[in-house]
Design a protein around this ligand. Sequence first.
Ligand SMILES: [Zn+2]
Length: 167
Amino acid sequence: MGLDAVVFCDCVEKGCLTTPHPYPRLLCIASNGSPEIRSKNSFKVDEHDMWMNLPPCKHEQMMLGGCQLGNIWFIPHMRRILSGVLRKRGQACPVLLGKVLYGGTHTGDYLSVKDVGRLSDELDRLKGPQLSEAGLSGEDARQIALAIRELRRLVKTALTVNKPIAF
Ligand SMILES: [Zn+2]
């Protein structure tokens, strides 16, 4: 178990599907950016899931990218370390600490496009030297730098297509 983040593709919005949806009129985009069916009928929901698994476009699982930020133990550890670093510098990263790293597993929620933009600014302010001056152990420094790099890559992907980041 851990914290995974993904960006869904925008092939539905752009109309570049290779296989049409079984119920195009019921197809919509959920607030986390995922294609969703507006129906509670379990047969139709199953058909929708099978359609997404095809996948009906060139993207595996209809995702443009994803990353594993860390496991259930590492995320709170990383949050503690980063909070300490930021506090010392009088900086705040409300999206990173409050909406991404607030728990090791918060599957189902998402960052709106606006929050992704804020996160992008926060990550820019957290560039390299800040962390290397923080006196972290080698392993902590390596893992945190890796998680931040992955997150930065995903933020860039999300902003390119104007989509949320889903957890
Ligand atoms: Zn796609």
